[in-house]
Write a new protein. Sequence first.
Length: 216
Amino acid sequence: MSTVDNEEQAPAKPTQRRLGPLGAALEWRLNRLQEEYLRRSPVARAELAKLRRGLGKSAGDVPEIWDSTIAAVPTALRGTDSADDFGPSVAEQAAHSVLTLFAAHQQSMTVRAHVAAVSFGRAVGILAQAEGRSAEAVTRRFMAVATAQSIDEVLMHIRGLVTQLRTAKQGFDYARLADDLVGLLTPGRAQRVRLAWGREFYRTPAPSDAEPEPAQ
């Protein structure tokens, strides 16, 4: 399957989309940044460049992007200043990771990196079937995400896949990824997130399974 623009990236019907509190909160910010960037707004370009400086770092390590990351998190999901619970909350960590990954993905792209209802697992499944790609190499990286033992390792492998997705001009749903990361960081929910990613990855139809084009 050849690489195409986002309007044609999803050969199958989009997966059902129901965002959680964090995903819903980030949706408008992702859309705003994306649309302004695609309109070549210098302000949006500068904001994305600033966000990229937070890649691979903790939510509290880059104060200059707090207005884009921490400020995007609903008050009820933010951390506290309690001595027993100091540091970024699960939602703050997820928002930081998603927005910095999105900034890296959208860089130099003239199509959308944030594509609603195209899940992370589905986007990687499409990537694995793309012409000129090694399905084995993409699958191996995806399995590394699924079996990673820490959130830092998960994010490292996701970042590697995002680099490949950007090259292929394949976007996915970053608002949903935010909810997925919250799940990975919440005890008892990680297995559900990983299983959903696996189902979506293997649910992506192979080129030979696609409906035949109508006769001319």
